[in-house]
Design a protein around this ligand. Structure first.
Ligand code: IPM
Ligand code: MG
Length: 384
């Protein structure tokens, strides 16, 4: 792969790469350059990568899914790019020895409570959508998912006993900081979502299950209260079952969606199908401060791992989100996104987004084609 040396005036950043398991290493490999410790992706921005173990590969090598060394390196860096974790091999492990547990520890360890998952239908891929063209065309949704709370993290959890009963609990709990009247877990994600909506089309739909769940009743109350800080945003509320239906019935009604950890997990997978493939969707997870975590929303796809069949575009687009939200390098982010579109315009497709008349390529080749496009754009920019 060709590589670029950046000029002396480059802004320089340290990126922790966590390739993970399954297709993770393949898709992450296209986002970096094998021969150079510099990113070939972008001018004026120097990215220094260091790779660490995470997930099942970390379990095999060290006995834990998130080694301390990995978390320390991630915390010390400017941003973290993750491939995917998990696989059949570790599916029956005890909970604390599951790759997924390492991912939750990483999210919590970095304090990245806000997970942005865009799902936009690209004109080039409308026919890859499972929905009819007239339903899918023009869809552009941002799911803002709470990532470090909710039932994923709530306590008490797990097995216990109470008198003669055995208890198994998963808990959704919100903590009220009485003195400052601040429902931290809801308020901070709601504020992020209002801000995101402000930069988009100004519409925010908050998804909950407030007709049944107490935690959702509180969620709705807080989101409604915060709306007064954002009078320019049109806020609506929807129950999660209805939202799942509306996403398929008329997805264009949505602009920004804000929801809790588990509903966001489910709805973002659903939204991805509207776009044609989960292999296209990136995500950004950010906290109040410190490095953000950027990862494709797809999993490790063990069935196609090592076969050069995976779609690397979700990871490349995650690298673009890393530049935008993690480093504030908007121009570099735009350049990568433009190159992805251009590569699709050239007709290159991995299997998941293939349609007759386009050129079927593997993971590596798709990465090379995007890189070629970035480089030709840079050459044009240099001449002008
Ligand atoms: C996701 C994944 C994870 C989640 C798993 C792998 C723990 O499904 O990022 O959406 O549930 O958050
Ligand atoms: Mg998920």
């Amino acid at each position: 792969m060709a590589s670029f040396r950046c000029s002396a005036s480059s802004r320089s950043y340290n990126i922790t790469l966590l390739p993970g398991d399954g297709i993770g290493p393949e898709v992450v490999a296209v986002a970096k350059d094998d021969d150079e410790p510099l990113s070939p992706w972008t001018t004026g921005v120097e990215l220094r990568f260091q790779e660490k173990l995470m997930g099942g590969s970390a379990l095999d090598a060290t006995g834990v899914p998130l080694p301390e060394e990995t978390l320390a390196a991630a915390r010390d860096s400017d941003a973290v790019l993750l491939g995917a974790i998990g696989g059949y091999k570790w599916d029956n492990n005890e909970k604390h020895l599951k790759p997924e547990t390492g991912l939750l520890q990483l999210r919590a360890g970095l304090g990245v409570f806000a997970n942005l998952r865009p799902a936009a239908v690209l004109p080039q891929l409308v026919d890859a959508s499972t929905l009819k063209r007239e339903v899918a065309e023009g869809v552009d949704i941002m799911v803002v998912r709470e990532l470090t709370g909710g039932i994923y993290f709530g306590k008490p959890r797990g097995f216990g006993t109470n008198d003669n009963e055995k208890i198994l609990a998963s808990t959704q709990k919100f903590i009220q900081f009485l003195r400052i009247q601040f429902y931290q877990e809801i308020d901070r994600i709601a504020r992020v979502a209002f801000e995101v909506a402000r930069k988009r089309r100004g519409k925010l739909c908050s998804v909950d299950k407030a007709n049944v769940l107490e935690a959702s009743m509180l969620w709705r109350k807080r989101v409604t209260a915060l709306a007064s800080e954002f009078p320019d945003i049109e806020l609506s509320h929807m129950y999660v079952d209805n939202a799942a239906m509306q996403l398929i019935r008329n997805p264009k009604q949505f602009d920004t969606i804000v929801t809790n950890n588990i509903f966001g997990d489910i709805l973002s997978d659903e939204a991805s199908m509207i776009t044609g493939s989960i292999g296209m969707l990136p995500s950004a997870s950010v906290g109040e401060s410190g490095p953000g975590l950027f990862e494709p929303i797809h999993g490790s796809a063990p069935d196609i791992a090592g076969k050069d069949k995976a779609n690397p575009l979700a990871t490349i687009l995650s690298a673009a989100m890393l530049l935008r939200y993690g480093l504030g390098e908007e121009n570099a982010a735009k350049r990568i996104e433009a190159a992805v579109i251009e590569t699709l315009n050239h007709g290159f497709r991995t299997g998941d987004i293939y349609s007759p008349g386009t050129t079927l390529v593997g993971c590596k080749r798709m990465g090379e084609e995007v890189l070629k496009t970035v480089e030709s754009q840079k050459a044009v920019a240099a001449v002008n």
